[in-house]
Design a protein around this ligand. Structure first.
Ligand SMILES: C[S@@+](CC[C@H](N)C(=O)[O-])C[C@H]1O[C@@H](n2cnc3c(N)ncnc32)[C@H](O)[C@@H]1O
Length: 291
């Protein structure tokens, strides 16, 4: 007869300790209704480390010399990684039809032929590769040094992003022409071709790691779509303030369609483009606007 192992339950105290530790590490906030979810998702980690209770697991996460590795491992099970190519088409149209032409025009006049675009929270890579395909399709980047940097906190999704091989669900809103031009079919998957991959660098980055963020350098455009929805107000402010510092003056911040900077920052200007409303860091911007 099959006997399932008795499940370890999480007390309210243990929930609060672990929840707060995760929040401080990466900004993901689990409200009181998520106790069962956290208990279920972390139960395997207790058995993996042969720990009898969640209190021991909390001590492991806080003090063990392998704590960094464990925190990294649990990001793979706690984050939501849903994504696909050409997500939020109206915003991408604003990017190709208005943002990029304007930036290239302004930068070329200054003799600066570089473009740096950051896909922050890129998950399995569809977003940075979409950006690369759009730029190639525009046919305007010859003679420019283009860098598209995809970053995420989950090592598991980054491994997939580096493989760059995708199944059907990634293509739910991709026009056939892009599949023909920029992918090769391999063992039932579609692999992004080298021309696209050469424009993209995939790196591990926790948006709450201020030291690593400072090393990224200045960006012209930051895509951070469907990432800050999982943060509370304080965490959102922190991340958006970092984005402001990372953007060049005149640069753009593109959030997901359900996200806004209302009650978060007045430092960015909301710009009405033909296809979308986007956040813009004004030229000659002064640092401010964060409550
Ligand atoms: C829902 S996906 C969004 C993917 C893509 N930007 C899009 O809109 O299709 C959210 C991603 O944000 C990442 N993420 C969450 N918290 C993060 C943090 N503190 N630092 C970096 N990435 C984080 C998750 O691992 C996940 O892959």
């Amino acid at each position: 007869m099959f006997c399932s192992e008795p499940e370890v339950l999480m007390t309210d105290d243990e929930f609060r300790l672990i929840r707060d530790l995760i929040y401080t590490h990466c900004g993901l906030y689990f409200d009181n209704d998520s106790k069962y979810l956290l208990e279920k998702r972390l139960a395997r980690r207790l058995s993996h480390h042969q720990l009898p209770a969640f209190r021991d697991y909390y001590h492991f996460l806080k003090y063990d010399r392998k704590r960094d590795q464990e925190l990294s491992d649990i990001m793979d099970i706690l984050t939501t990684n849903e994504t696909y190519f050409f997500r939020e088409a109206f915003q991408l149209k604003a990017f190709t039809d208005e943002i990029i032409p304007e930036l290239m025009n302004v930068k070329a006049k200054r003799g600066d032929r570089t473009l740096r675009i950051w896909s922050a929270g890129c998950s399995t890579g569809e977003e940075p590769y979409t950006i690369a395909m759009l730029l190639l399709e525009m046919g305007c980047i010859k003679g420019w040094r283009v860098e598209i940097i995809g970053t995420d906190i989950s090592q598991r999704v980054l491994q997939q992003a580096r493989k760059a091989a995708y199944g059907k669900s990634s293509f739910r809103s991709t026009e056939e022409i892009y599949i023909k031009r920029y992918f090769q079919e391999q063992e039932g998957m579609f692999k992004v071709n080298d021309e696209v991959r050469e424009l993209v660098t995939i790196s591990h980055l926790n948006l709450f790691d201020q030291n690593r963020l400072a090393l990224l350098g200045k960006m012209d455009v930051i895509f951070c779509r469907n990432v800050i929805i999982y943060f509370d107000q304080i965490a959102k402010k922190r991340v958006v303030e970092s984005f402001y510092k990372s953007l060049r003056e005149g640069g753009y911040l593109l959030l997901g369609h359900s996200e806004s900077l209302m009650n978060i920052s007045t430092a960015f200007a909301l710009k009405h483009l033909k296809n979308d409303m986007v956040y813009h860091k004004p030229e000659c911007a002064e640092f401010g606007g964060f409550a």
